[in-house]
Design a protein around this ligand. Sequence first.
Ligand code: CA
Length: 247
Amino acid sequence: MRNPPRVLIVEDESAIAELIAVNLRHNGLSPIWAEDGEAAQREIDSVLPDVILLDWMLPGQSGVSLAKRWRADPRIKGVPIVMLTARSDEGDKVSGLDAGADDYITKPFSTQELLARIRAVLRRRSPEQALDSVSVGELTLDGATYRVSFGGQALKVGPTEFKLLNYLMRHAERVHSRSQLLDKVWGDHVFIEERTVDVHIKRLREALGDAGAMVETVRGAGYRFTSQAVLPTPAAATAGQNASAAA
Ligand code: CA
């Protein structure tokens, strides 16, 4: 199944970081803790997180200067940043958002509030991680249960193919180049070759079976997910028709 969203907590106070981490883990997220900007940078260099919770007051580089630096980095700039701070001053809030933070939360905060903010930025910044379901023709993908079905028949789709399909279905009828797909689906593609996309597209088509034709190759351009493909009638629908004909 799909990996839970990785949340990088940049916070020097271990008690607070631990409390946040426990709550995030309890709510199906994958927290990683870094106690300062340097440690955070190492984590980011190794794996790009899905969200960064960034404390304002840190030893060494401040949260605001880190936010500015990451926003200027093409690899990191798409990662949502939620600033954490003990201050409630309006001026600080503005400079945090000016520095590129997506949202702002003042300590002390409730777990529910924090989770709501994290979910909101995840939805805003990466619609491909949306948890609702999407249908194109007879094909349905449910982001909450990770299920894919064609004509009511469940299909077995691997985690990467699921992410790929999720993105393609939410951006149907458009042509996506391989590098765009790497960017949107893999997010962090520094070390991934474009050929990887072809491998997963092939697997996705196989997993979709009859619906595989909905994933079109556009020569010299990339791939397109389309509802216009001519498909055999899904098996379940045929069965349904037969049943009603017999009735
Ligand atoms: Ca602090």
